[in-house]
Design a protein around this ligand. Structure first.
Ligand SMILES: Nc1ncnc2c1ncn2[C@@H]1O[C@H](COP(=O)(O)OP(=O)(O)O)[C@@H](O)[C@H]1O
Ligand SMILES: [Mg+2]
Length: 362
């Protein structure tokens, strides 16, 4: 007689064990809370020291009111499973629940996140972008090799150990899923979402999405990684969302479909042909043709952003006017004040994105 064995993945096994041993504690009794150091869509991150040992830690706390136990266990266990990679945030192996929160202790990363160092309309220096690119690509390669997809690649989730991006660490595994999981619909879009995901938006009043369920694949991360690189190189989003109603996206899509006959959209003219080749691979419209993030490593040796004095050295086909290379994208002014951030948090993502391609936390 055959016995049927239920084989669970290491993450599922870890989730089961954690669920059995999740301790109940009062945060203030065990940790000295110094201040809040971060806040995302799902949780808050607190700078604390451990009351017994004095160790500084970053405590991620998720309100029970808006977090399912299974979702918390998945985020914690995936984070723990990945945490030994040098470009992924470390964990202490402490998970708990209080009356109102689920929480876990992370390595404290002192240099803020990547979003905080982007200068609006300007970005960050190319050498720092390249240092980030190679480290985020390594983290993604590792995640993808384990059959997972991060699904929330954006500058806010890249933590800096120093302000020059010499060491960076990928964080926030709250949306991470196993490759091959199906998405039936999404509510709202972000500038980092690829076209195939934006096609899954369920509009208000709509019963179901026309597109068939979408399989979660590493190509989702590749696209988001491409958008992240554009954001940090320029200080702008390339578009608000990948839908035909978005002029900036449509212009890019037209150019990708017929690069011989269509001019490079103006906000992309600042990049060298090598860099555009890289963006073409990362932001391939067809998800099946898209490269893996690690392909970026092959482009590190060449310049990415055209320099002012280069025009004379370029082939005629590569020549561009200095003004178009150096003027900011024709996408709109950056509104980065606190007032706008508050507005943004309260607005639905779609409405907020109508504020053109201003770089704001999303
Ligand atoms: N280990 C850490 N050290 C320092 N700051 C962190 C750490 N983890 C997260 N943060 C900050 O907190 C913010 C929110 O954390 P995150 O895990 O992304 O939460 P959410 O799932 O709500 O997006 C991040 O964007 C970052 O600025
Ligand atoms: Mg986050």
């Amino acid at each position: 007689v055959r016995t049927s064995l239920v084989i669970s993945s290491p993450i599922e096994e870890l989730m089961e064990l954690t669920a059995q041993s999740l301790c109940q504690l009062d945060i203030k009794e065990h940790f000295n809370v110094i201040k809040e150091i971060g806040r995302g869509k799902y949780g808050r991150v607190l700078l604390v020291t451990h009351r017994c040992r004095g160790t500084p830690m970053a405590l991620k706390v998720l309100p029970k009111a808006s977090t399912k136990l299974k979702g918390f266990l998945r985020e914690y266990c995936i984070s723990l499973h990945l945490s030994h990679h040098p470009c992924i945030v470390g964990l202490f192996g402490i998970a708990f629940q209080s009356d109102e929160h689920y929480g876990f202790a992370q390595e404290l990363v002192v240099g803020r996140d990547l979003f905080a160092v982007i200068q609006p309309r300007v970005g960050i220096p190319e050498c720092a972008v390249k240092r980030c690119a190679v480290q985020v690509a390594s983290a993604l390669e590792f995640i993808h090799q384990l059959g997972l997809v991060h699904r929330d690649i954006k500058p806010e989730n890249v933590l800096l150990l120093d302000s020059h991006c010499r060491r960076v660490k990928l964080a926030d595994f709250g949306l991470t899923q196993k490759r091959g999981t199906f998405i039936r619909f999404i509510k709202g879009t972000l500038p980092y979402m690829p076209p195939e995901l934006c096609a899954m938006v369920l509009e208000d009043g709509q019963e179901e999405v026309k597109a068939p369920p979408l399989s979660v694949e590493p190509s989702l991360d590749t696209w988001a990684f491409g958008v992240l690189l554009f954001c940090i190189l320029t200080g702008f989003f390339p578009w608000d969302c990948c839908m035909h109603t978005d002029d900036f996206y449509q212009e890019f899509a037209d150019w990708r479909q017929d690069p011989e006959k269509t001019p490079v959209p103006s906000q992309w003219k600042r990049f060298t042909p090598t860099c555009m080749k890289m963006f073409g691979r990362l932001l391939e419209l067809d998800a099946n043709e898209r490269c893996l993030p690690e392909e970026v490593k092959g482009f590190l040796g060449k310049e990415w952003v055209r320099s002012q004095g280069l025009n004379g050295l370029m082939e005629d086909s590569e020549k561009i006017s200095t003004t178009s290379a150096l003027s900011p994208c024709k996408s709109s002014p950056v509104l980065q004040g606190e007032g706008f951030k508050t507005f943004y948090r309260n607005a639905s993502p779609i409405k907020a994105c109508v504020k053109h391609c201003a770089l704001v936390r999303v």
